[in-house]
Design a protein around this ligand. Structure first.
Ligand code: HEM
Length: 467
């Protein structure tokens, strides 16, 4: 088993040792017209696309109208007009500040959870539907508060360790399911579309998280998806408590087995502080593995048109015994860069728990801070903004560029990052080892043109061809 130096990390560290200095940037106020434009160009399409679970029609429209390109252009225009300070706006009686400077984004993420809590009102309303005790929406005031839940997540997910101790079982599972996906595709019409990929990915995820006996429990995933759909409506949706109870009972039955080789087994042997609610952390894992599937499928689509990067991946696979866990740095970097290009969490939200100082001014407690990651990931000043460039995660470029945040950063940065990169790179290795892929619409992801800023993963279709 290979481990290695932390060469691709996107994180600023599990804990921030010191509060970051105040920002020199003074906030500016958006006019009523600018607020309306922001709502129309950014908030409405984001809600239509689905924040907690993606909606097929919303994503199709988002790609057709390239909503991220338009959103980035608008924010760039407002930055030109008002300067780099936070842009203040009021929406539905609530005070928000959109961060326009990459250093301010880093500052707010590093200042989590005090003064900037990730448990914002909007996130709580949405995520309480299926993970009321999830770390992301936990506050310090609760019994078994944020710190304990964070520590528990880090311990089970083995944050900071690139090769999880469950890697041998994980690699076996991922390769088996990828093999079955390919077998079914090549025995049929040879096509892998999102529906087929997602079905196989969900089986893989249930096995990794809950064990082999959960492989075919599609009812569990369907329940979670319904709760996530309710979460899409945030405050507007009634609590689905009966459905949540049924989901939790079914989930606990799987966790109680603590099947060897699964995260459920790791969870059962990890000490937890009182009030942590270990089982209550698992819905987030199941939910977040969906994003990993989207990232893996988009990466496969990109590699189907990007010959140079595909050759690099193949070079890495050729010298590796893929039946055992290995680091696969370049393949991992391809996934990281795909998430940079199309962040699965485009909006990072924080809320201040006390007054904060910004340049010559202050913003009151309760201000919602919005970080729109594509603004920084696709900044035209970056030579690689719109190109697949895995190299930036290997040569230090990404590490030294402010606000490249595919897995967020700071004390609430994604503790699943290492596990995600292990699972997705293993899946890509299994899929690319003996197959080539032909995209249905190759012009969409041409390597010699800027990549689109919005990519609807639902509509990607690839023909799998044995090599
Ligand atoms: C491609 C896949 C994934 C991406 C891009 C991703 C990204 C992120 C991001 C951006 C955040 C921060 C959200 C915020 O600041 O509001 C986050 C938080 C989190 N992620 Fe992931 N994630 C992925 C998959 C996973 C998986 C599979 C797990 C668990 C197995 C996981 C566990 C968590 C947890 C527990 C948090 C909350 C951290 C906290 O509040 O301290 N993630 N993730």
């Amino acid at each position: 088993m290979t481990s290695g130096d932390d060469v691709f990390t996107t994180r600023t560290g599990p804990a921030s040792p010191a509060a970051p200095p105040d920002s020199p940037h003074t906030p500016a106020r958006a006019s009523g017209r600018e607020t309306a434009r922001l709502a129309a160009r950014i908030v409405a399409p984001t809600l239509a696309g689905g924040v907690i679970i993606r909606r097929r029609t919303g994503m199709a429209l988002a790609e057709r109208y390239q909503v991220d390109r338009r959103a980035i252009a608008l924010l760039g225009e407002l930055r030109g007009e008002h300067g780099p300070g936070p842009l203040r706006l009021d929406v539905a009686g609530r005070r928000f500040a959109v961060l326009l400077h990459p250093e301010d984004a880093g500052r707010v993420l590093a200042g989590t959870p005090d003064p900037y809590t990730p448990a914002t009102r909007e996130k709580r309303a949405a995520l309480e539907q299926f993970q009321p005790h999830g770390v992301l929406i936990s506050t310090e005031e609760e019994r078994g508060g944020r710190d304990e839940r964070r520590a528990f997540n880090e311990a089970v997910l083995e944050y900071g360790k690139q090769t999880h101790s469950l890697a041998p079982a994980l690699v076996r599972t991922v390769r088996e399911e990828a093999g079955k996906l390919l077998g079914a595709a090549t025995a049929g019409d040879g096509e892998i579309d999102w529906r087929r990929f997602h079905t196989a990915w969900n089986r893989t995820v249930r096995r990794i998280v809950l064990g082999d006996a959960a492989r075919d429990d599609t009812a569990l995933t369907a329940m979670l998806d319904r709760l996530r759909s309710a979460g899409n409506w945030s405050f507007a949706a009634p609590r689905r408590t009966a459905l949540r109870d049924r989901f939790e009972r079914r989930l606990r039955a799987h966790l109680d087995r603590a099947e060897p080789g699964s995260l459920a087994a790791a969870l059962s042997r990890t000490p937890a502080a009182p009030g942590t609610d270990p089982a209550g952390q698992v819905p987030h894992w199941l939910f977040a593995f969906d994003a990993a599937g989207i990232a893996a499928f988009r990466t496969l689509a990109l590699l189907s048109t990007h010959g140079r990067q595909r050759d690099q991946v193949r070079g890495e696979l050729a010298v590796t015994d893929l039946s055992a866990p290995h680091l696969l740095p370049y393949t991992r970097a391809c996934v990281l860069d795909t998430v940079r290009l199309w962040p699965t969490t485009p909006f990072l939200l924080r809320e201040s728990v006390r007054e904060t100082r910004w340049g010559a001014d202050t913003l009151p407690a309760g201000t919602g801070f919005l970080i729109y990651a594509p603004l920084f990931h696709r900044d035209e000043a970056l030579p690689y903004a719109d190109r697949l460039t895995p190299e930036i995660w290997l040569d230090g470029t990404a590490r030294h560029t402010e606000a490249l945040l595919p897995f967020s950063a700071g004390p609430a940065g994604c503790p699943g990052e290492d596990l995600v990169l292990l699972a997705t790179s293993t899946a890509l290795a299994a899929l690319l080892e003996r197959h080539d892929y032909l995209p249905e619409r190759p012009a969409r992801l041409r390597p010699d043109r800027p990549l689109p800023r919005t990519l609807d993963h639902f509509s990607l279709r690839l023909a799998a061809l044995p090599r």
